[in-house]
Structure formats: structure tokens, C-alpha cells
Design a protein around this ligand. Structure first.
Ligand SMILES: Cc1cc2nc3c(=O)[nH]c(=O)nc-3n(C[C@H](O)[C@H](O)[C@H](O)COP(=O)(O)O)c2cc1C
Length: 317
């Protein structure tokens, strides 16, 4: 449905699990630091929201060896969740992040359920607007993606985290590596997820042919960028159908935030048309720090020219 012939500026604001964003473009976790890193380059205040780098209860050094490897249409990364720990984040980074303007989404990671729960409890008492529970990081040896591959393992972490952060909306970030993504998603919703985001990176690898050994110390890494976009889009489309509920006029049980290779407004529009309520952009920012601002402008331009009054009317579902 569209609102044809609008004269005034289209309304780009969206609501995800009760959280209002000024527009549907979110900086993806791990690709925008804590916002300040890009402050001198772009007008960070224009973003809909910023997802922090993956945060763990205690500080993490991250992985040894090479951490980023460029591929013809994407990026392989094996950062290993380097971060200062949640207490230091709340004390040092969060006040600065808050002042920037966009909504703040804390990406919560962990190696064990108790660690996730401890982190969630601390974030619950902080000023973050939402928690994005990362059960899909392929670059840590324990926990991480292991929770996101199996419906029961996912529920075992989502349920306790949900109870530990009852004051915050909880978005669960899914792994494209799950053998049955719809089953994991349904299990997360049943365990209390208010929204779902997808995709995290695809498990992949590279070999350094000159040195005859895998590029990454962990052998495998996570693939992101334009190479994954059509697969990520298909996953968002299918998940929308898998989560449809008759009680909500055929809409999914919870909002879906889509990502994976989004680099321009047309890419973002594809995800919004597939039924995503908002989008995240990650790898594109490394090449073009202003990519997200161009995406916001491009979505607005499209809505204006098509006579579409609100973001939800972009959906073709
Ligand atoms: C260098 C790098 C670090 C990342 N770190 C995290 C992280 O800490 N937590 C997380 O949930 N996702 C992390 N991601 C995944 C992104 O948030 C995003 O899901 C993925 O890259 C797909 O989006 P893109 O193709 O636009 O980059 C990282 C991605 C990259 C490239």
C-alpha cells in the first residue's frame, strides 16, 4: 500500500519493538566502533541507530594474526570480539555515544550463558536503548555462533538473557550458518525475542597461496559485503513468511532487521521491500564512510518520487 501523491517530506521514522528510530538505517555491529571513530568524517547524528561492537562481560583482546582479508566482492573478518568489557563500555563509551543522537543498540556477546546473563544485567541498568543479542559470531572458539545454530541452544541463552534485561527491548541476531534458520528464529521468539536481526557473517576461509597456509589463525572467518547480499535478502524474505502469524494480519510475530552487503539505497530498499522493518550496513562503511548517509538520502528520494509516505509502505509483502 502506498500513499500516492504526497506533497510533504516522507516520514522515514520506524519503530522496532517500541523503539523509535528517526530513519531505518543502522550502523552494523563491529563496523562503526562506538560511533566516535567516524565523528570527524561523517554526520553521525543523522543515523537511525548505532550498534556497538560486540560487548562481553570482561575485556577481550580478540584473535591473533590477520583479522581482515579482502575478497573480490566482500570482506573476511576474524576479529574475535575485541572489546573493553561491558563495565568499561558503560563508563567510558556510552556517555559519548549517547550525546551523538542516534539510538544506541548494545551488541551483547559471550562464550557461556552465565556470561551473557551477567552482561545483559549490566546493560539493563544502563542507558542503552536496545540490546542486540549476538548468538551468531563465527570468530570465537567457545559460545558465539554455537548458540545460534540450534533452536534449543538458542532458547537456552535467549530465555535467561530476556529475564536479565526486562527493561530493554531485545533483538536477537541470527546466523546464516544455521541449518534451519526458521526453527532457530521461532525458538528465539518463543524464548522472548522482541525483534530479530539477520544476517551475521557467513563462515568462510582463505588460503595464503604464497605461504601455503590458511590466512587466519582460526582457519575460518566470517564473510560479509556485496557477495552475501542476495543470500541474505532471500533469508529475510523466507523468515518473514516463516514468522507470519494470523493474529497479526499475516505479519511476522516480531519485526525483522535485515543486513548483509547493503551498500546503496537500492540495496536497502530491496530489504525493506522484502519485509524488513529496518536495515543495517557494515562492510560498505569501510570503503565509503558516508555510505549510510547516502542510503538515508536515497531512501527518502525514492519514497518522494514514488509517493510513499512511510517506510512500512515500502514492503511488498
Ligand atoms: C570487521 C567486522 C566486525 C564485526 N563484528 C561484529 C560483532 O562484534 N558483532 C556482531 O554481531 N556482528 C559483527 N559483524 C557482522 C556485521 O555486523 C554484519 O552482520 C555483517 O558484516 C553483514 O553486514 P555487511 O555485509 O553490511 O557487513 C562484524 C563484521 C565485520 C566486517
Amino acid at each position: 500500500m502506498s500513499e500516492q501523491g504526497i506533497k510533504s517530506a516522507p516520514d522515514l521514522s520506524v519503530r522496532i519493538a517500541g523503539l523509535r528510530l528517526r530513519n531505518p538505517v543502522i550502523a552494523a555491529s563491529g563496523t562503526f566502533g562506538y560511533g566516535g571513530e567516524y565523528g570527524g568524517l561523517v554526520d553521525v547524528s543523522r543515523l537511525g541507530a548505532i550498534c556497538t561492537k560486540g560487548l562481553t562481560l570482561k575485556p577481550r583482546q580478540g584473535n591473533t594474526g590477520i583479522r581482515i582479508w579482502e575478497t573480490p566482492a566482500g570482506l573476511l573478518n576474524s576479529i574475535g570480539l575485541e572489546n573493553p568489557g561491558i563495565p568499561a563500555f558503560i563508563e567510558q563509551e556510552l556517555p559519548r555515544l549517547r550525546e551523538m543522537g542516534p539510538a544506541v543498540i548494545a551488541n551483547l556477546s559471550g562464550a557461556a550463558v552465565e556470561e551473557y546473563v551477567g552482561g545483559a544485567a549490566l546493560l539493563n541498568g544502563s542507558s542503552v536503548d536496545m540490546i542486540e543479542l549476538n548468538i551468531s559470531c563465527p570468530n570465537v572458539k567457545a559460545g558465539g555462533m554455537a548458540f545460534g545454530l540450534d533452536p534449543e541452544a538458542a532458547a537456552a541463552v535467549v530465555g535467561p538473557v530476556r529475564r536479565a534485561c526486562s527493561a530493554k527491548p531485545l533483538m536477537v541476531k541470527l546466523s546464516p550458518n544455521a541449518p534451519d534458520l526458521a526453527a532457530v528464529a521461532r525458538s528465539c521468539v518463543k524464548a522472548g525475542a522482541d525483534a530479530l536481526s539477520l544476517v551475521n557473517t557467513f563462515k568462510a576461509m582463505a588460503i595464503d597461496v604464497k605461504n601455503r597456509k590458511p590466512v587466519f589463525d582460526n582457519v575460518s572467518a566470517g564473510l560479509s559485503g556485496p557477495a552475501v547480499r542476495p543470500i541474505a535478502l532471500r533469508m529475510v524474505w523466507e523468515l518473514y513468511d516463516a514468522l507470519r502469524t494470523p493474529g497479526k494480519a499475516g505479519k511476522p510475530a516480531v519485526p525483522i532487521v535485515g543486513m548483509g552487503g547493503i551498500a546503496c539505497a537500492e540495496d536497502a530498499l530491496e530489504f525493506l521491500m522484502a519485509g524488513a522493518s529496518a536495515v543495517q550496513t557494515g562492510s560498505a562503511t569501510f570503503a565509503r564512510p558516508a555510505a549510510m548517509l547516502e542510503i538515508i538520502d536515497g531512501i527518502e528520494k525514492y519514497m518522494r518520487s514514488a509517493g510513499i509516505a512511510g517506510v512500512k509502505y515500502l514492503s511488498i509483502r
